[in-house]
Design a protein around this ligand. Structure first.
Ligand code: ASP
Length: 324
């Protein structure tokens, strides 16, 4: 490597993609044999529609920030995923929603936690980034800020789905200790949503949104609203959005760790994401995965669980997958 090359320059044969978009709809124990074909088709169709929304924005010269925002809004409104409508329930039978967004141009970021009446938490995270002096707002204060800024509020019934309600009832019935969330359940399914994009102007943005984990208590926050854990973006390096057992992603600053391995160690996107997800998190017992896009439009979608709803699009390439 010559002295003037930046460490994460791809080989000369790797042309820079004009734009790139990756998305996820959560990682976890998604059992292939147990998923009826109609259900699989419905999930794939939802991921495809989300990909189209984001890709069209990028194709038409729109910003990475708008692409990730609109893609996540669609996934929040889709009841299949654990974000917005379709969010999991807390121990007390409520939906507490977390979201974050980061703009790789200037590394401004916005995040919200424990909101219960904001229809699209990612829009609130963006409003925090663009219209406040702060990065993270939670609970009643975040909802007051939402109302003051004209965000759409909703009756919590909007977030209800029978499947998530039944999952809570099952966990409550199985719960043995009363010290917090049920211990990691091998059958637990995640469903957080996220999107990372590189636009034609070379800007990167990332956004993530979730209902958290079934049976959570005490206003627990996971990694999703924590910048550097669940979400990170920097035009000079990459953007990352995570999904998985949030406590592990917070402890190991997963999204920022990918950035750091690339920035300080000169690792490629693939090598850095593999190191974090397939090595470090596996060693520590942290289930999950992430999606990442670097400044050249390379995409990585590693996960260490049975499956991860995911997809990506760039000029001439498009893929949607659930299992390996
Ligand atoms: N990471 C989320 C959390 O811990 C859950 C998920 O990704 O499914 O809140």
């Amino acid at each position: 490597m010559s002295a003037c090359e930046t460490p994460n320059t791809p080989p000369a044969s790797t042309p820079k993609a004009d734009y790139a978009l990756a998305l996820h709809g959560g990682a976890g124990t998604i059992q292939r044999e147990k998923m009826p074909p109609e259900k699989e088709a419905a999930y794939r169709a939802a991921l495809d529609s989300a990909l189209t929304i984001g890709e069209n924005i990028l194709k038409n010269g729109g910003s990475a920030l708008d692409a990730v925002t609109q893609t996540v809004v669609f996934l929040e409104n889709c009841p299949f995923f654990n974000a917005g409508r379709g969010a999991v329930f807390t121990h007390d039978g409520k939906n507490e929603l977390d979201a974050s967004i980061m703009d790789g141009r200037d590394q401004k970021a916005g995040a919200v936690g424990c909101v219960m009446h904001v229809r699209n938490p990612v829009l609130l995270a963006r409003a925090v980034m663009e219209k406040s002096q702060h990065v993270m707002l939670t609970g009643a204060g975040a909802e007051q800020f939402a109302q003051e800024n004209g965000l759409e509020m909703t009756d919590p019934k909007w977030f209800f789905t029978q499947e998530r309600w039944d999952a809570l009832q099952q966990q409550l019935a199985e719960e043995e200790n009363k010290t917090g969330m049920t211990p990691p359940d091998p059958n637990r399914k995640f469903g957080t949503v996220g999107c990372v994009a590189l636009d034609r102007q070379g800007n990167i943005a990332a956004a993530t949104s979730t209902g958290g984990m079934t049976n959570k208590r005490w206003n627990r926050l996971g990694d999703t609203p924590v910048i550097g854990a669940g979400t990170y973006a920097d035009n000079a390096v990459c953007g990352v959005s995570c999904t998985g057992h949030g406590e592990f992603f917070i402890r190991y600053a997963v999204a920022h760790d990918v950035w750091a391995l690339m920035n300080y160690r000169g690792m490629s996107l693939q090598a850095a994401t593999d190191e974090v997800v397939m090595k470090k998190l596996v060693e520590k017992g942290g289930d999950g995965g992430l999606i990442a896009v670097d400044k050249y439009g390379n995409v990585a979608l590693p996960f260490n669980s049975a499956g991860m709803y995911r997809g990506y699009a760039k000029p001439g390439e498009r893929q949607i997958s659930i299992w390996r």
